[in-house]
Design a protein around this ligand. Structure first.
Ligand SMILES: [Fe+2]
Ligand SMILES: [Fe+2]
Length: 283
C-alpha cells in the first residue's frame, strides 16, 4: 500500500500554457506516436472525471483516516489532470490534430458504464484503468521519450507531471477497493472481470477510433513539424514505441489473487522526475 512505500502523494497546483502553434507537432517522436499521445489526451478529461466519481462515491465508507486522505489526494490529482488535459486539448483542437474522435468514444463508453454498471463495478473498472495508466506512465518516464530537447517544454511538463502523479497514486484506488470489499474470492473475481471488460471494450473502442483517424489522415496533408530532424526520418517507429513496450506479464499480473500495484516498485522513476522538475506545482 502507498503508506508503506514512503511515497507522499502531493497536492500540486498546475496551470501550463499550451501554444496551438506548437500543438501541431510538439515532439520529435514518430508521427504515429505523437498521434497516439494526442488521442489518449482526448480520453483523459472525461475518463479522469469518471475515476474521481468512482472513488468519491466510497469515500465515506473508508474508515482508515490515512487511506481517506489518500483518496482525497487521488481525487485532487485526477481532477487537476482532467482540467489540464482539457486545456491542452483546446490547443490540440485548434491545431486540428487527429484524435478528437476519442473524446466521443470516451463519452459514449463512460456514459454507458455509469448507466449499466453498479458503483462497485465502476470502482473495479477504475482500478483496471489505473493499472493501464500506471504502466503507460512507467513506460513514458522510463524510456525518456519526452526528453526536454526534443519536445515542446509545456507539453513535456504536462505529460511527465501526469505520468509522475499516476505512479505516485497508483495504489490508492486499488486500496480503496480492497478496503471496502475485502480480499476475498468474489472481490477478486469481480476486479478480474472488470479488467477483462475494460480491456475488451477499450480495445474495440480504440481500434474503431484509430481506424477513423487513419482514414482521415489518408485525406489530409500533415502540418510541418517542429524544427530539427524530420519525423519521416524516424520511420519504422510507431505507436509501439509508446505502448508496445508494455510487457504482457505486467498486464496479466493484475489477474493474480495477491496482486498489488506496488508489487512493481516505480519509486526510482518518480525520484528521477522530481530531480528534473524540483518543486513542480508545489506552492
Ligand atoms: Fe491522471
Ligand atoms: Fe490515476
Amino acid at each position: 500500500m502507498n503508506r508503506d512505500t514512503g511515497i507522499e502523494i502531493v497536492r500540486r497546483r498546475v496551470k501550463l500554457d499550451y501554444d496551438p502553434q506548437r500543438a501541431r507537432s510538439w515532439t520529435r517522436l514518430p508521427r504515429r506516436s505523437e498521434d497516439g499521445l494526442n488521442a489518449i489526451s482526448f480520453l483523459f478529461p472525461l475518463g479522469e472525471t469518471f475515476f474521481c466519481r468512482s472513488v468519491a462515491h466510497y469515500r465515506n465508507r473508508i474508515t482508515d483516516p490515512v487511506l481517506r486522505e489518500q483518496a482525497d489526494l487521488f481525487i485532487y490529482q485526477e481532477a487537476m489532470h482532467s482540467k489540464e488535459h482539457a486545456r491542452s486539448n483546446t490547443a490540440l483542437r485548434e491545431a486540428n490534430v487527429l484524435g478528437a474522435e476519442l473524446e466521443t468514444v470516451a463519452r459514449v463508453l463512460l456514459s454507458l458504464a455509469t448507466r449499466i454498471w453498479p458503483r462497485a463495478t465502476q470502482l473495479a473498472m477504475t482500478c483496471a484503468m489505473e493499472h493501464f495508466t500506471a504502466m503507460l506512465a512507467a513506460s513514458l518516464l522510463g524510456k525518456r521519450l519526452l526528453d526536454k530537447e526534443g519536445t515542446d517544454p509545456e507539453f513535456a511538463r504536462l505529460w511527465l507531471w501526469h505520468a509522475a502523479e499516476e505512479i505516485e497514486h497508483k495504489g490508492v484506488c486499488f486500496d480503496v477497493y480492497e478496503h471496502v470489499f475485502g480480499k476475498g474470492i468474489w472481490p477478486w473475481l469481480h476486479r478480474c472481470a472488470a479488467m477483462a471488460l475494460v480491456t475488451g471494450v477499450g480495445a474495440a473502442g480504440l481500434l474503431t477510433a484509430f481506424l477513423v483517424m487513419r482514414v482521415k489522415l489518408a485525406f489530409r496533408r500533415r502540418p510541418a513539424a517542429l524544427g530539427g530532424p524530420s519525423k519521416k526520418g524516424a520511420a519504422g517507429a510507431s505507436l509501439r514505441n509508446l505502448f508496445g513496450g508494455l510487457p504482457g506479464r505486467e498486464y496479466f499480473a493484475y489477474y493474480r489473487r495477491n496482486f498489488h500495484p506496488w508489487d512493481k516498485d516505480d519509486r526510482p522513476l518518480l525520484e528521477a522526475w522530481k530531480r528534473e522538475y524540483p518543486d513542480f506545482g508545489v506552492a
